[in-house]
Design a protein around this ligand. Structure first.
Ligand SMILES: NC(=O)N[C@@H](CC(=O)O)C(=O)O
Ligand SMILES: [Zn+2]
Ligand SMILES: [Zn+2]
Length: 430
């Protein structure tokens, strides 16, 4: 069956140009004008009405919670939420129960994703057994079973020896190692960023060095091992400085930033509010400024949401006891577009690189992140003129733990196609 997307605006370098896109057997067959003439009539026509058609967005840092924590999210709800957010590929973190830490468990996850997901799911294996301790996973085995990268996200790898051995193993297997960087010996049970705001609220703080010291350790180990070392959700000015220096030294280091660390700081925490509790925490305005500078100068490689749904009960009460984490996959494009593209800090083309092309390239997802003849028809139609208020009722995630509810934004996903199939359409019933 052939589908024609008519009257689209697509990126040509930095410019938007008009084009139609012809899809057949899940792939892009033609891009341009008069495709009917060249290829004959399509079976189905989708009119984009002059709206922007983006390569499907790619988010390599998502928590789908299945199996084991399905009160928070499932593969079905999390990937529908992704489609609603314009994402066509997500990377599923391994902090589920059981942890995908063997080839058999990774294969079972891949099969489960295949069955339940409406977008492509790239699956992480853990770095160590059960995401703790020092027993390493079988890197070659988990790769053969379908893992695209390894991560212990949720916790840092505590000892240098374990991390070094893991990096050597991941390098040999050709797997990127994505690190949640947090040294437990420097971390004193905090619930928000350490500093004057935490002091004023009387809440225990998380210092910058618990992240940055582990980044510094890891870049040395990355250099020695040759692994592709990726820093998850970078949040401090010091971490970024270490990463910038490491890149200048030619070490194979990349990093991601989450929208909330670019858009909020600890000064937005005016009272004990679990909706603003996540790990790493919202940092100081100085850290945020450094992250923005790193995004603009290219030190930060791409954006990832760290979509971390929890139940309402887990996010109720005090920051002292509530779960760490916020949702983000349904609000990432609009919040980033509104804060960075509208005021011309970033071009639209650059935002799409940061939210699609670069994560796909760096994590070896060759089919994602581009609109080209022969590529998978993973496409997102976005209305770049629509202003609206983010509301919880429109979300597909089971988690309602978003600090962005009530924000005024511009940029609305109208339709998401995965392999040429419509997996989200705004006019469809929720
Ligand atoms: N970011 C968070 O605050 N929470 C994440 C874990 C993580 O990303 O480290 C989660 O799984 O809930
Ligand atoms: Zn993490
Ligand atoms: Zn995470």
């Amino acid at each position: 069956m052939a589908t024609l997307i008519k009257d689209a605006r697509i990126l040509d370098g930095e410019r938007l140009i008009s084009a139609d896109i012809l899809i057949e057997a899940g792939r892009i067959k033609g891009i341009g004008q008069h495709l009917n003439r060249d290829f004959g009539p399509a079976d189905q026509v989708i009119c984009a009405d002059g709206h922007f058609v983006s390569p499907g967005l790619v988010d390599v840092h998502v928590h789908l919670r299945e199996p084991g924590q399905t009160a928070k999210e499932t593969i079905a709800t999390g990937t529908l939420a992704a489609a609603h957010g314009g994402f066509t590929t997500v990377g599923a973190m391994p902090n589920v129960v059981p942890v995908p830490d063997t080839p058999e468990r990774v294969a079972a996850m891949v099969a489960r994703n295949q069955k339940a997901a409406v977008v492509h799911v790239a699956q992480y294996a853990s770095i160590t057994k059960d995401r703790t301790g020092s027993e390493l996973v079988d890197f070659a085995g988990v790769k053969r079973a379908g893992a695209f990268a390894v991560s212990n996200d949720g916790s840092g790898v505590q000892t240098a020896g374990t991390m070094y051995q893991a990096m050597c193993g991941a390098a040999k297997a050709g797997l990127p190692l994505a690190a949640h960087v947090e040294d437990d010996s420097l971390y004193q049970g905090g619930v928000m960023n350490a500093g004057p705001v935490a002091d004023r609220l009387g809440l225990p703080g998380i210092n910058n060095v618990s992240e940055a010291a582990q980044v510094a350790r890891d870049v040395m180990l990355a250099e020695a091992s040759g692994v592709h070392y990726h820093v998850c959700h970078v949040s401090t000015a010091e971490s970024l400085r270490v990463i910038r220096n490491a890149k200048q030294a030619g070490i194979n280091v990349t990093c991601e930033v989450s929208p909330h660390h670019l858009l909020l700081t600890d000064t937005d925490i005016t009272m004990d509010n679990p909706m603003l509790k996540m790990n790493p925490p919202l940092r100081s305005p100085k850290d945020r400024a450094a992250l923005v500078a790193g995004l603009l100068d290219g030190t930060i490689d791409f954006i990832a949401t760290d979509h971390a749904p929890h139940t309402d009960a887990e996010k109720a009460g005090s920051m002292r006891t509530a779960a760490f984490g916020i949702t983000g996959i349904e609000t990432a494009f609009a919040t980033m577009y509104t804060a960075f593209v509208k005021p011309r800090l970033l071009s639209l083309a650059r935002l799409i690189e940061l939210m699609s092309t670069r994560p796909a390239e760096l994590f070896g997802l060759p089919d994602a992140g581009r609109i080209a003849v022969g590529a998978a028809a993973d496409l997102t139609i976005i209305d770049l003129t629509h202003d609206y208020t983010i509301d919880a009722a429109s979300m597909y995630s089971k988690g309602h733990n978003s600090p962005f509810i009530g924000w005024q934004v511009t940029g609305d996903v109208l339709m998401t196609l995965v392999d040429g199939q419509v997996v989200y359409g705004k006019d469809r019933q929720k």
